[in-house]
Write a new protein. Structure first.
Length: 117
């Protein structure tokens, strides 16, 4: 996403018109608003450290949500007006994830609906 490093999240949301690296290469979105990762034991370190370091360099990115695949747990990083990343984390299934960057609120219970732990 930045320079020559390209990573791919589980889900990317863009508000407005998507911008790509090249017209014929629509697999590289340059202006995501929200990125969502589902973390696995084998990718947790990469998702939390390496990918997020790259994602923070994307000017359009406003939120980064990480959902744990093994337990009810979410980390939501939101860029504030001073360009700082603010962490909101929860293990509470009754919590509601405030995805204000896309005008949405999602109950954590819905994220994990149908998943048996």
């Amino acid at each position: 996403m930045s320079g020559q490093a390209f990573t791919y999240p589980a889900l990317a949301v863009v508000c407005g018109n998507p911008e790509f690296r090249a017209a014929e290469e629509t697999d590289t979105l340059l202006n995501p608003t929200l990125l969502i990762e589902v973390t696995y034991a084998s990718t947790t370190s990469y998702d939390y450290v390496d990918k997020f370091m790259l994602y923070r360099q994307v000017p359009s990115l406003q939120q980064y949500l990480m959902i744990d695949s093994t337990t009810v747990y979410a980390e939501l990083y939101t860029r504030d007006e001073l360009n700082r990343w603010v962490l909101t984390e929860t293990r509470d299934p009754a919590a509601v994830l405030d995805l204000g960057s896309i005008g949405c609120a999602v109950p954590l219970a819905e994220v994990y609906a149908g998943v048996g732990f």
